[in-house]
Design a protein around this ligand. Structure first.
Ligand code: SF4
Ligand code: SF4
Ligand code: F3S
Length: 265
């Protein structure tokens, strides 16, 4: 990596909550600092860019021209179809996204919002929120879903791109196989209890603490593809199910509408 040129990165924030950015800056392996100082050159990102206003928008325009075909585009948040809901520097989200994606070396949808539409797309979807694939028809997109995605999955995908100069192998939905090949249920620490037919019956059931399966509490692990049960969160400390909360399927499309998120409240 010492001899490799840092790859310019533009990170667009569309209709988002900044949760994906917040997750990104907490990566443990590789450390976010190492990614930013050694692998990529973070040219534009609302959360971390020091400049503001026209200065920032000018900086983005310079990168789009100077590094045509060389920069990577990461997108967080969904894109509204309805006019007036997302305007940055006087331009619509759709317009900005099309422009930035046009000459990108790779386009990455970081998070469930940019991958599938996310919370803004939940019924009744007043803004006409759509995933970036609906706007960028014909442009290949690497989907890194999760609400937010695990930090090490985002930095891992970037590290792979910079180190090997190639896109990761993806499944038919565009998700990197290395991180989305298993269902949470396949690697879950409570799986033995599921197989034995031992289920927590309520959130205050003492068996929940003892490790019983959370299926009866609405766990979506059997239909959710993500790395939580393998990589875990906060540098490998835990993940929702280990901490006693059923998986709500946050990396899957329309998970807000395919609820209930919790069945026993
Ligand atoms: Fe926020 Fe989740 Fe959307 Fe990321 S995917 S911007 S964390 S709502
Ligand atoms: Fe499967 Fe969820 Fe039970 Fe884990 S807690 S074994 S993911 S149903
Ligand atoms: Fe999301 Fe389920 Fe993981 S809710 S964080 S995919 S355990």
């Amino acid at each position: 990596l010492e001899t490799k040129k840092r790859v310019p990165l533009i990170w667009l924030q569309m209709q988002d909550c900044t949760g994906c950015s917040e997750s990104f800056i907490r990566s443990s392996y590789p450390k976010t600092e190492s990614v930013i100082f050694n692998m990529i050159s973070l040219e534009y990102m609302e959360l971390l860019t020091a400049a503001a206003g026209f200065q920032t928008e000018d900086a983005e325009q310079n990168v789009l021209k100077k590094y045509k075909g060389e920069y990577v585009l990461a997108v967080e948040g969904s894109v509204p179809k309805e006019a007036g809901y997302l305007t940055i520097g006087g331009r619509s989200g759709e317009d900005l996204l099309r422009e930035a994606a046009q000459n990108a070396k790779a386009v990455m949808a970081f998070g469930t919002c940019s991958s599938w539409g996310g919370i803004a797309k939940a019924k009744p979807n007043p803004t006409g929120a759509q995933p970036i694939s609906a706007v960028l028809k014909g442009i290949p997109i690497i989907r890194v879903p999760g609400c937010p995605p695990i930090a090490e999955v985002m930095t891992g995908v970037l590290a792979n791109l910079v180190t090997f100069d190639q896109l990761p192998e993806t499944d038919m939905l565009g998700r990197p196989k290395a991180y989305y090949r298993h269902r949470i249920h396949d690697k879950c620490n409570r799986r033995a209890y599921f197989d034995a037919g031992l289920f927590a019956e309520s959130f205050d059931d003492p068996n929940l603490k003892a490790g019983y399966c959370l299926y009866k509490l609405g766990c979506k692990g059997p239909t959710t593809y993500n790395s939580c049960a393998e990589l875990r969160w906060n540098g490998g400390v835990s993940y929702p199910i280990q901490s006693g909360n059923p998986c709500i399927g946050c990396s899957e499309a329309d998970f807000w509408d395919n609820g209930p998120l919790y069945t026993h409240f």
